[in-house]
Design a protein around this ligand. Sequence first.
Ligand code: SF4
Length: 236
Amino acid sequence: MSDIQTQITDWLNEFGGEGPETILSYFFEKYGNRAALATGLGAEGQVLTDMAARLNMPFRIFTIDTGRLYPETYKLMDRTNRRYNICIEVYFPNHLSVENYVKNNGINGFYNSVEQRKACCKARKTESLQRILSTLDVWICGLRSEQSMTRSDMKLIEWDAAHGLIKINPLIHWTEKQVWEYIRVNSVPYNPLHDKGFPSIGCQPCTRAIKEGDDIRSGRWWWESPEHKECGLHRK
Ligand code: SF4
C-alpha cells in the first residue's frame, strides 16, 4: 500500500465517526491554502460553507462559473459572500476552449449526444477545475453517496487518482433530510429553485425541476441514461 493510501486509511479510522465540522477544521488547519472547499452553491455546498464559516478560521472556497448558470445562482453567490463575509473564488473557462466548442458544436450542442455534452462540460468546467486543483493538495466536496449510482462507492476521504490529490466528502453519509434540517435550523441561505422542484442545480440548459418521487439526479441531463450523469468533475 502506498504512503498516501496508508495515511488515508489512518484518517478514515480517526475521522470515521466524526462530524463534518471536525473534518473541515482538521484539513483547513493542516493544509492551509493548499486545501479548499468546492461549491456549486447547491444545498450541500451551502451546508459546508456555513460549517466552515462557523469555524472562525481562514479557508479557501471556490466555484466554477460556466457562463450558463441560473440568475438565482449568481444572486445566491452574492448573498452567501455577504452573509459569511467571505469571497468565493470564481473560476471561468478559457475563452478559446468555449469559442472552439461553440464553433464546432453550436451554442447548445450538448443536447446532440453524450460526447458533445461531455465536450461542453470539459470546456466550461473540467479545464477550469484542473487549473484550481493544480494549486491544491486537498479538495473538499459536498457529495453524498445517495445522490446517484455514480457516487455510491465514494468514501469520506479518498485519493482522487484522476486529479492527483486528496478528496474529502464530509457529507458522504448524510441524507437529504439531514441536509435540509441543517439548512432550516441554521437559517442557511439557499437557492430558491430548490423550492420549485430542483434538487440539484447546475447549468440552466442542463438542469430542470423533477416530480416528487423521481430520482434526485433525474433533473440533470435528463436526455441521457443514469450511468453517464457526471460532468467529469467527480470521476475516479
Ligand atoms: S452542464 Fe450543460 S451547459 Fe454546463 S458545462 Fe455541462 S453541458 Fe455545458
